[in-house]
Design a protein around this ligand. Structure first.
Ligand SMILES: NC(=O)c1ccc[n+]([C@@H]2O[C@H](COP(=O)([O-])OP(=O)(O)OC[C@H]3O[C@@H](n4cnc5c(N)ncnc54)[C@H](OP(=O)(O)O)[C@@H]3O)[C@@H](O)[C@H]2O)c1
Ligand SMILES: *[C@@H]1O[C@H](CO)[C@@H](O)[C@H](O)[C@H]1NC(C)=O
Ligand SMILES: *[C@@H]1O[C@H](CO)[C@@H](O)[C@H](O)[C@H]1NC(C)=O
Ligand SMILES: *[C@@H]1O[C@H](CO)[C@@H](O)[C@H](O)[C@H]1NC(C)=O
Ligand SMILES: *[C@@H]1O[C@H](CO)[C@@H](O)[C@H](O)[C@H]1NC(C)=O
Length: 415
């Protein structure tokens, strides 16, 4: 019995946990200093050459589910590693993702080990999982493929990214991302890889046929990448978004700029008559809806699942509505629906090579103008490495954590 039940139990627990987490992240306070979206970074050519003697990182040693930013402090230290024989990077930008916040809350199923490696008084971890770094030092006799000035991202989660500098023993811990802009590079690890793998790694598409995927939360960062990646592969996308006053404007941007084939509202998604009469017109002749991508749950998830063909797959990767994933029994029994979870962190851990390949393919799509920079979807705050006091930096990061709305990204100013 245990064997039959446990996979579902895991899925249920994961979805429930993530739903709660995502809900908790939406607390509002803001006092950071937004900076104009035109940033000089992409054009900066000066290159740091000196190996830093002192590091500054945002660290935590405890968790707090109600006020996660309260556990953070700023820590100065001298790196314990032999920097001459390590790869030293400086941070260009890091996004604040829901999972970063959930780690500080102590409710995420994957956490970094707390360590004494940063000369703290109690075991601590550096916050953050994602960032784009610039290589500022490689070992003289290094056999790796990295050189000074390369842009890199960490291969795995839990490395700690909210820091001015980081050290890695060798290039196997990093993926080169030259060719992406600052915003794409800083978000490719989580949203980029997730979107790419959701589209490409679960269904064997017949290119050139009238094949579709359907997704909810069509306005999310992941969903906007899904539509662009699908379009580049000749797969059509039906994106469901929540009803809103400016529905037509939002739908038009998703279709024109982000390549969604068709955007419909949740009201339409849930409407049986729409499903019978309008949907076939939208899909066209011999359409196959082969994949559903669910990051909402509740009624929205049943309604997208109902639009799938027989023996199709629904992948759940988020739970924005905080409702459990509900699926009509008949879909399981009579339509052979498979419902499964997707978790980028776990997949990267199991198969780092797949992540490297995914990032490389993502970069190719970006370079051939199939993917636009998420620049306008992101709100940036600046960490002036020379001028900002420790209190400034910590305050700014805490405010960004608690800001609702657009994704927050901290951009480091180096010169
Ligand atoms: N499993 C994984 O490996 C993995 C990887 C990456 C991301 N994720 C998850 O994917 C989700 C999207 O991430 P993101 O960074 O792309 O998010 P995002 O850009 O911040 O977008 C959030 C989306 O959620 C929608 N939303 C917010 N509250 C909602 C509610 N109560 N009911 C229904 N929809 C709601 C928003 O729609 P409106 O426009 O209507 O507000 C928006 O489309 C998150 O849950 C994240 O944790 C999971
Ligand atoms: C960290 O170092 C800076 C100088 O670089 C100093 O002004 C600051 O007080 C130090 N902060 C802590 C927490 O030790
Ligand atoms: C690092 O290398 C430089 C030059 O090669 C040398 O002067 C310095 O002493 C080295 N530092 C350490 C800690 O090995
Ligand atoms: C701490 O440092 C040691 C020696 O460099 C390293 O092997 C270990 O992985 C580090 N621990 C963490 C949690 O980073
Ligand atoms: C580089 O040189 C150091 C010291 O000479 C040695 O310990 C290390 O193994 C060498 N690394 C490579 C990649 O050759």
């Amino acid at each position: 019995m245990g064997e039959a039940v446990s996979p579902y139990l895991h899925l249920y627990i994961y979805i429930s946990i993530s739903s709660v987490l995502i809900g908790i992240c939406g607390i509002v306070i803001f006092a950071g200093k937004p900076i104009p979206s035109m940033l000089p970074h992409t054009f900066r050519r000066t290159m740091a050459t000196k190996i830093p003697t002192s590091f500054k990182s945002i660290i935590y040693s405890t968790h707090n589910v109600d006020d996660c930013s309260s556990v953070l402090s700023l820590h100065n230290y001298t790196a314990a590693e032999d920097l001459n024989s390590s790869i030293v990077v400086r941070t260009l930008a890091f996004p604040i993702n829901p999972s970063d916040v959930n780690q500080l809350q102590g409710v995420y199923p994957s956490l970094p080990l707390k360590t004494m490696n940063y000369s703290t008084e109690v075991p601590s971890a550096i916050a953050g999982n994602e960032a784009v770094f610039e290589v500022i030092h490689t070992p003289r006799n290094s056999s790796g493929n990295l050189k000074k000035g390369d842009w890199v991202i960490p291969l795995q989660a839990n490395q700690g990214t909210w820091s001015n500098y980081r050290v890695f023993p060798d290039s196997s811990h990093l993926i080169k991302v030259n060719g992406l802009d600052l915003f794409s590079a800083a978000t490719v690890s989580v949203n980029g890889v997730t979107a790419y793998q959701l589209v490409n790694n679960f269904v064997k598409w017949n290119k050139g046929q009238n094949e579709w995927l359907i997704q909810n939360a069509g306005t999310s960062g992941v969903s906007k990448l899904v539509t662009q990646i699908a379009k580049a592969n000749g797969i059509k996308t039906l994106s469901v978004i929540r009803d809103r006053d400016n529905f037509a404007d939002v739908a038009s941007v998703l279709e024109q700029k982000f390549g969604a084939t068709k955007v419909i509202s949740e009201t339409e998604n849930n409407d049986k008559i729409f499903g019978k009469e309008k949907l076939p017109e939208i899909l066209g002749p011999d359409a196959r809806v082969r994949l559903a991508l669910n990051s909402v749950g509740g009624k929205s998830s049943s309604s997208i699942a109902r639009k799938l063909e027989k023996n199709a797959l629904m992948l759940t990767y988020g739970g924005m509505s905080k409702q459990p994933v509900t699926l009509p029994t008949s879909l399981h029994i009579f339509k052979g629906l498979t419902s499964a979870g997707y978790w980028v962190t776990e997949l990267n851990k199991k198969s780092p090579e797949t992540k490297i390949k995914t990032v490389q393919e993502f970069i190719e799509l970006y370079k051939s103008d199939k993917i636009v920079s998420p620049k306008n979807e992101i709100e940036t705050v600046e960490w002036d490495v020379e001028k900002d006091s420790d209190d400034d930096v910590l305050g700014m990061v805490k405010n960004a954590i608690n800001k609702k709305g657009k994704k927050q990204m901290v951009v480091l100013k180096w010169d």
